[in-house]
Design a protein around this ligand. Structure first.
Ligand SMILES: [Zn+2]
Length: 93
């Protein structure tokens, strides 16, 4: 997520977060539960709700987080690892 969007996140905003502990960088939907204003890049807490209804709070990295509606302004290497490069002619793995 670009820095301007990240710093504009507010409580109850919906986001999608990569799980860096998952080998496939799985994406999970979540809701922002807290925002800590910081110089530069805010601290954001997100509640992830699992399919079984249980949840957990995470502190995702900005670049491992996307707007719920998508964020086409930033290429994401985690998404590319999951789905392949956007433009195969770029030659990236
Ligand atoms: Zn991504």
């Amino acid at each position: 997520m670009i820095l301007a969007y990240w710093n504009a996140l507010r409580v109850n905003d919906d986001v999608v977060v990569h799980d860096d502990d998952h080998v496939g960088f799985a994406l999970s939907s979540g809701t922002v539960t807290a925002v800590e204003s910081r110089r530069g890049s805010n601290g954001v807490t997100v509640r992830i709700t699992n399919a079984d209804g249980t949840g957990r709070k995470v502190h995702p990295k900005r670049l491992a987080t996307h707007l719920h509606t998508g964020d086409s302004r930033l290429e994401c290497w985690r998404c590319e690892r999951r789905t392949g490069p956007r433009n195969p002619s770029l030659g990236r793995p």
